[in-house]
Write a protein that binds this ligand. Sequence first.
Ligand code: RB5
Length: 146
Amino acid sequence: MKIAIGNDHGGTDLKWEIKKYLEAKGYEIVNLGTDTKESCDYPVYAKKVADAVIAKEVDCGILICGTGVGISIAANKIKGIRAAVCSDTATARLVKQHNNANILAFGGRIVGVELAKDICDAYLEAEFEGNRHNRRIAMIHELENE
Ligand code: RB5
């Protein structure tokens, strides 16, 4: 599985940890985030990852900023993106099972390294359940045309 990872300065440290962790598990990671801790603007990196997901250059994306919120709000402005901020493993599993989230986000200043790894595992190992959730996801994307 190929995953794009993006981050601002609030997510740089955690990005390296997650990249190393997921690569060791055999995932291919495309790093589209900033590599420094110099202040930068998270919408830039949200767009890079969202564009890669929409273009199907990757299977899904991971975004990290200080809280995970700003970068996910920005990603959700891109048509077709369903980015979900998760701070626990149950939510991470459910955003795949029910929402088929195509981007997982979390906060580098909110979750610790071990919890972030577990959140990634829960999201990446879960499967979309389809059925009634397809209808609801279609309704979400209809909102993009209003
Ligand atoms: C940057 O200081 C911080 O605002 C950003 O990383 C993020 O938390 C925004 O939602």
